[in-house]
Write a protein that binds this ligand. Structure first.
Ligand SMILES: [Zn+2]
Ligand SMILES: [Zn+2]
Ligand SMILES: [Zn+2]
Length: 141
């Protein structure tokens, strides 16, 4: 069994060709991918619905999480596989958007600060996206 297949197994996802492919695209990328990014990398062999279903399965099983950027485009990033699984799926880290290449990176080591909301407000989720220059772009400038 390959490492990708093992990862799918650990998240209780049945291995299929398209799931293996999409997971490999995520692990190679190293940053968050939109539906269109994945479609582009897969080529014409797979339709939108298949990609959509695969992303939904990955989301439900704690393999990827969603990051929505300031333009409202949903992107998906691999979870920290040590932390997320089928039972517990919390991605409480800061995200980083590079103003040069436009990629969004997970800063897994940077936790979200605890918030104390005023009475009457119910917390659902916190999203923090830091703007800046990523490592690769910084070195290239
Ligand atoms: Zn997760
Ligand atoms: Zn960059
Ligand atoms: Zn993330």
């Amino acid at each position: 069994m390959t490492l990708l297949e093992q990862t799918l197994h650990q998240h209780q996802i049945r291995v299929t060709a398209v799931r293996r492919l999409i997971l490999s695209i995520f692990s190679r990328a190293g940053f968050a991918l939109s539906h269109a990014d994945i479609e582009r990398q897969l080529g014409h062999d797979y339709d939108r619905v298949t990609i959509y279903r695969t992303l939904r399965t990955f989301l439900e099983k704690g393999l990827i999480h969603k990051v929505t950027d300031d333009a409202g485009v949903a992107r998906y990033a691999l979870c920290d596989l040590q932390k997320c699984n089928v039972e517990s799926h919390a991605d409480e880290h800061v995200h980083f958007k590079c103003v040069h290449c436009g990629h969004i990176f997970c800063l897994n080591s940077v936790d979200l600060p605890p918030l104390h909301l005023p009475e009457g407000y119910v917390w659902y989720a916190t999203t923090i996206i830091v703007d800046g220059l990523c490592k690769t772009c910084k070195e290239g400038l």
